[in-house]
Design a protein around this ligand. Structure first.
Ligand code: SAM
Ligand code: FES
Length: 364
């Protein structure tokens, strides 16, 4: 006879699938069950949720996997997040920044390869003034009016976000990192504030961006409860996109000797998020591909529908080392795109070149 905890967890999984809004405590039970039940039972639980997640993903997006061309514009960062390989206090990071012409040339190559979204990501580098970013956004939109521009440049004032939006930026990715303030304070130095991060997300949403939040799975000090807080937050905030990847330690950071997040738990949370937000864009992240050779394929089978291959010049790729052993640092953009297309074909999916806007229509 299955014990009560196990029965309860499976009943909650059924209720989640049926669309009931679980409480934080109920999510906690589900997350704990995935870690603590017998191997047989936890994989049964994962399978149950991933099958539903894949079904929902197929219902809304079919077998299409959207690709976004990631351009890592700078690894200078004024921040000091304890987990991040490009934090300002990492003495061994070899710093670089791309010029406007470098970035435009990445877009040119990417466009020829079929990319219709360009993501400019980087550390919080004051060299890239609001004006400079706006100029680059305007030029990309002018050259490629059929493309979406996504920014992922950290925390800025509402005015700066509004300025970039007016310049033509369509989307913004800012992971919330954790929805639990105490946990946030253990991952960040005192000068970084949970409330400021949340305020940024709110501003981005109000300014009409398609917004992405997200978190690392297995981050230091993460608990079942903090993950449950993340799920409740994501359900209530209803972002267009949620970036979920495993935490992977980075050398020369305070968390260099911590354990990485697991494939199983990352896939499990990905599936739950797909069930909570059936129409969301969910990347199958490079970090997933880093901890498992077929991580990105498994991410799609667990409910993911976006991949973000790298368009950065090969010469700087390995320098944007958020964590150790990052994949694809030696491959040209064209190689990456072909490799990814083959990987997706191997699981019955097709990489598509559409802009891939979120189908999330109803916003709170
Ligand atoms: N500076 C921007 C920001 O703060 O949003 C964009 C760049 S930031 C490096 C992008 C994301 O990388 C972070 O939100 C974080 O979740 C992820 N990241 C950083 N260090 C990581 C690590 N050690 N393992 C996995 N992901 C990591
Ligand atoms: Fe980059 Fe496979 S996706 S080499």
């Amino acid at each position: 006879m299955a014990d009560l905890f196990e029965q309860n967890a499976f009943a909650l999984a059924d209720e989640l699938i049926a669309g009931r809004a679980l409480s934080k405590e109920e999510f906690t039970v589900l997350i704990r069950a995935e870690r603590e039940l017998s191997e047989e039972k936890s994989s049964e639980l994962r399978k149950k949720l991933s099958e539903r997640a894949l079904e929902l993903k197929n219902m809304h997006y079919g077998n299409a996997v959207y690709i976004r061309g990631l351009i890592e514009i700078s690894n200078y960062c004024k921040n000091n997040c304890l987990y991040c390989g490009i934090r300002r206090s990492n003495p061994t990071t070899e710093r670089y920044r791309l010029s406007k012409d470098d970035i435009l040339s990445c877009c040119k190559d990417g466009y020829a390869l079929g990319f219709r979204t360009f993501v400019m990501q980087g550390g919080e580098d004051p060299y890239f003034t609001p004006e400079l970013i706006a100029r680059i956004v305007r030029e990309i939109k002018q050259n490629y009016p059929d493309c979406a521009v996504t920014l992922s440049l950290g925390e800025h004032t509402r005015e700066v976000y509004a300025f970039w939006r007016e310049a033509g930026a369509d989307r913004y990715l800012l992971r919330h990192e954790t929805a639990n303030e105490e946990h946030y304070n253990k991952l960040h130095p005192a000068e970084m504030k949970f409330k400021a991060r949340m305020e940024c997300l709110k501003n981005l949403r109000e300014l009409g961006y398609q917004v992405g939040c997200g978190m690392m799975i297995g981050a230091p000090f993460q608990t079942y409860e903090t993950l449950a807080d993340d799920l409740v937050f994501i359900r209530d905030f209803r972002p267009h996109m949620v970036g979920i990847g495993p935490f992977i330690p980075a050398h020369d950071t305070p968390f260099a000797n911590e354990k990485a997040g697991t494939l199983d738990q990352t896939l499990f949370i990905l599936s739950i998020v797909r069930i909570l937000l059936p129409e969301a864009l969910l990347p199958s992240t490079t970090a997933l591909g880093t901890i498992h050779p077929r991580g990105r394929e498994l991410g799609v089978l667990a409910g993911g529908n976006v991949c973000m291959p790298n368009l950065s010049p090969v010469a700087v790729r390995s320098k944007y080392a958020l964590y150790d052993n990052k994949i694809c640092t030696g491959d040209e953009a064209a190689q990456c795109k072909n490799c990814l297309a083959g990987r997706m074909r191997s699981i019955g999916h097709e990489v598509v070149t559409a802009r891939g806007d979120s189908k999330l229509t109803e916003q709170k």
